[in-house]
Design a protein around this ligand. Structure first.
Ligand SMILES: [Zn+2]
Length: 190
């Protein structure tokens, strides 16, 4: 009887230990070492002063929204490790996209070169620039599109992002959680 009881307790402990382990992913030592992940970036000189400030504002939105766990440091030099943010013309837009995307894309992130390209002639104003930058930075730090809610910057089309979010730009819970999950880092305070 004692042996059965012991086995039962052991089974319960085993069950609950493993489910807890699933609920809290282990810290990834390569991506979560220390508390801050720093991304070094460059901004193309083709962006004027005002547009550069908008780009930096989009980076700050991610930095602030992740409680400073994601940090961005500007570099004067393009290296194979920097995230390069460039302004291009439509003619330079040679991505192998389908016809729809080719006609509507405002900006895109290329992981092979770690570059965010903004097709500046298609950006109608600084608000749109800010919105697409937040989205592309999301891709650059590893996020995919999210079609489950409008309260995300990661909708495939910026027109599907909540108007409330666009009028009052901030990092919504869905994007913050997506970033934590991606990095398998525990949230601050946990
Ligand atoms: Zn996208």
């Amino acid at each position: 009887m004692k042996a059965i009881l012991f086995a039962l307790i052991l089974a319960i402990i085993t069950c609950c230990t493993s489910s807890l382990a699933n609920a809290v992913p282990p810290m990834s030592t390569n991506r979560c070492s220390g508390d801050v992940r720093t991304v070094t970036y460059t901004v193309d000189v083709n962006f004027d002063e005002h547009s550069t400030a908008v780009v930096k504002g989009a980076l700050a939105l991610w930095s602030n929204g992740t409680g400073g766990r994601l940090d961005f440091a500007q570099s004067a030099h393009v290296t194979n490790k920097t995230l390069d943010i460039v302004s291009i013309g439509v003619n330079e837009f040679v991505q192998s996209l389908d016809k729809h995307n080719e006609a509507t894309t405002l900006a895109f992130y290329d992981p092979s070169s770690n570059t965010i390209s903004v097709i500046s002639s298609r950006i109608s104003n600084e608000y749109v620039l800010g919105w697409v930058m937040v989205h592309e930075i999301g891709h650059a730090i590893g996020l995919q599109h999210n079609s489950r809610t409008r309260m995300t910057w990661m909708r495939a089309s910026i027109s599907d992002v909540s108007v409330d979010l666009k009028l009052s730009p901030r990092l919504p819970e869905s994007d913050r959680v997506a970033y934590w999950n991606l990095d398998t880092c525990k949230e601050i305070g946990q």
